[in-house]
Write a protein that binds this ligand. Structure first.
Ligand SMILES: *Cc1c(COP(=O)(O)O)cnc(C)c1O
Ligand SMILES: [Zn+2]
Length: 401
């Protein structure tokens, strides 16, 4: 296949790096991004070529970094549905409210997208052992795809990571470790082990290809909304890879001349108990500080410090979006409400975006005329402990007293 993969570049200091060798961060400590030859791509490929291929992430292969077909690992990732939430839209005074359901991905979250591409590229570059800290879902996804690729995987997660994700990681054969503390503590353990054993570190944004996989959410949104993109896109932001990726996708499509008109306003949603990026946004800063005492039931967004914080803030500001928090109570109530009114059992992170939509309407930051898309990043079924204990969605009782 023709490849349009050109180089890696640092979005801060503009240094470029060889994309055909394994790379972690820029020398200046910044995450590297992938650059393609977009001009040549736009001259040689058309959106119709993509549309004719089977649904799923690899239909966008020319805008992805994996070159050889045998490294395009697939368990059926991508091609996730978008459906409307009409009842909730009515309640919030919105004409159009949509949800893109990433819970239908392999391993039940959009992390499968990052893993399919990240592991595929790692295989292509000849890497043998990968290691990552995770809040849970990324570890499960990378464990699945490394199993498929025949690469060794080491996963380190907080001891209170959702039980399903711990079990998945073990089931797929990854060396799985639990640490006391947060994902940042898991990160420290992984850094030390990688330095000692020569493993390749694939923590969030420490390698440039995971974001390329997550970018395909943006490519799908562009395809699914066919020239009529939603005005507002809400994303539950932890490390921020998804929101950075979607913003990258929209801009690449724009640069290729395939996307006309305004881009969606990107909204970063965080939990009140862990909101480093929202805090930085409100204070007008372009970098976030470590968020002390991070706590929220939405494990996927319990990330006190993100390497790509400045890229999230840039996407939010350049797109005319915003950043806001919701409380755990609001998450639980939106979670239960959506299941009971729309038949959608989403994840708590996705529920945070539902709660945030309500707030944006109440404060008038989103008007009734604007169309809104919520990214539901994972399946509710991965969170059985929470469903039972906190959301009380699995109430037990006797049928007949
Ligand atoms: C990882 C994760 C997130 C946060 O994703 P980022 O792209 O790192 O911000 C949100 N929701 C779920 C379910 C996740 O697993
Ligand atoms: Zn740099």
């Amino acid at each position: 296949m023709a490849t349009y993969l050109k180089e890696l570049y640092c979005p801060k200091c503009n240094t470029t790096y060889d994309a055909y060798r394994p790379q972690n961060l820029c020398e200046c400590g910044t995450p590297l991004l992938v650059r393609y030859d977009l001009e040549r791509l736009a001259g040689e490929v058309t959106p119709q070529v993509w549309r004719k291929r089977p649904e799923g992430l690899w239909r966008y292969r020319e805008l992805l970094p994996v070159i050889r077909e045998e490294n395009m690992l697939s368990l059926g990732e991508g091609g996730t549905p978008v459906y409307s939430l009409d009842k909730v839209a009515g309640e919030y005074g919105l004409k159009k409210l949509f949800l893109k359901d990433e819970g239908t991905n392999p391993t039940g979250t959009f992390k499968a997208r990052g893993a399919a591409v990240g592991v595929g590229r790692a295989k292509e570059l000849g890497l043998k052992t990968l290691a990552m800290p995770t809040a849970g879902n990324a570890g499960a996804a990378w464990a699945a795809y490394t199993s498929r690729a025949g690469i060794k995987m080491v996963v380190v997660m907080p001891e209170d990571a959702p039980l399903t994700t711990q079990a998945e990681s073990v089931a797929y054969g990854a060396d799985t470790y639990l640490v006391k503390g947060l994902i940042s503590d898991a990160g420290k353990a992984v850094r030390e082990a990688c330095a000692k054993y020569g493993w390749f570190e694939v923590a969030t944004l420490k390698e440039p290809y995971r974001i390329e996989g997550k970018k395909t959410m943006g490519l799908e949104i562009w395809e699914q909304f066919e020239g009529n993109l939603p005005d507002v896109v809400l994303y539950p932001t932890g490390g921020g890879v998804g929101i950075i990726g979607m913003w990258k996708a929209f801009n690449e499509l724009k640069d290729m001349g395939w996307l006309k008109g305004p881009l969606p306003k990107m909204v970063a949603v965080q939990a009140e108990g862990c909101a480093p990026i929202v805090k930085a946004y409100k204070e007008g800063k372009d970098k976030a500080e470590f968020f002390q005492g991070a706590q929220t039931i939405a494990a996927g967004i319990r990330v006190p410090s993100a390497l790509g914080d400045f890229l999230v803030l840039e996407a939010v500001r350049k797109s005319g979006g915003t950043a806001l928090t919701v409380t755990d109570e609001e998450i639980l109530s939106a979670w239960s409400h959506l299941a009971k009114t729309e038949g959608a059992l989403i994840c708590p992170e996705g529920a945070a975006c539902v709660a945030a939509t309500k707030k944006l309407r109440e404060t008038g930051l989103v008007s009734s005329e604007e169309s809104v898309l919520i990214l539901n990043t994972g399946a509710g079924m991965k969170y059985t402990e929470l469903l039972k204990e906190k959301a009380k969605l699995l109430e037990t009782g006797s049928l007949v007293d």
